[in-house]
Design a protein around this ligand. Sequence first.
Ligand SMILES: Cc1ncc(COP(=O)(O)O)c(C=O)c1O
Length: 336
Amino acid sequence: MLTKTSTADAGALVLDQPKRSGAAPKAAVKPADETSSKTSGPKAKEVRIYIDGEFFAEGDAKVSVFDHGLLYGDGIFEGIRFYNGRVFRLDDHLDRLWDSARSICLEIPISRAEMTEALLETIRQNGLQEGYIRQIVTRGVGNLGLNPVQCKRPSVIIIATTIALYPKEVCEKGLTVVTCATRRTSPAALNPAVKSLNYLNNVMARIEANLAGADEALMLNEAGNVAECTADNVFIIKRGQIFTPPIAAGALRGITRSVVFEIAAELGLKITETDITRHDVFVSDECFLSGTAAEVIPVVKADGRMIGNGKPGSITMRMIGRFRELTRETGTPIFV
Ligand SMILES: Cc1ncc(COP(=O)(O)O)c(C=O)c1O
């Protein structure tokens, strides 16, 4: 059963913005992006975080230091968006969560129906119509050894927040990317298809992008082909045809990626899954990224080379337009 234990007066969290430490924040943090600023419906008064069937204020939402999610990155997660009072592609995210769990032999301690209700109730408790959900299942509390046999019960954590991944002008003008030296984890080591809590590979790439002053990092696989960006799938367009790396190249099977495939089919455009090199990116007419947090976003510069004419291309803009329609018009209703 879902219970309410929160009393603190806190504001909505904002992803990718400096986080205050200590007690729960007293006022709502103003998000910088257009999506979150359109939040309507019940006022966001306090953050309520779901942990294993109970709701906590941010300052009281805690897990054990012996949780293997913390000690070893042993666990899985999903990032999910909700728009206009509906959760976008909820079933796909739950499918992927359960697939990740199965792959790492983790038994999610609640049923899919219970997970769905917990997720929707977390959004309701936070009074949000638009935002982002972080859904985490950790291996649970064990001892300092890494053997998961020690962990008797996985923990489920759900955070609903508003989101601001890139400033508005970056979304409009397009991103710059740099190729990073950090290679995407080989599927033979840790398959990127598992959305695990072990994201240090991506974090290292992100640090490289930061140091280079770029918005994102283009990650290559061990063969030197493009795998993906740190939290997004990559698409390029050449002479009206769209290309993207196959999952086997070391990309997450992105849910936004699959929406891009659907939109392309609707628009009568072909997407070919094929190995892509840096050169292919440099000489592409258009490039865009897809991801739940980033949505569909143009890339206009790669390693200092202007892509196309340096402005978001027409196919990319059509893709973004239809993507926005789908996010506003489809999804699992939250408040019924
Ligand atoms: C490494 C990585 N690649 C790609 C994506 C995009 O996937 P999705 O569209 O399902 O958010 C994500 C985000 O979840 C990611 O973390």
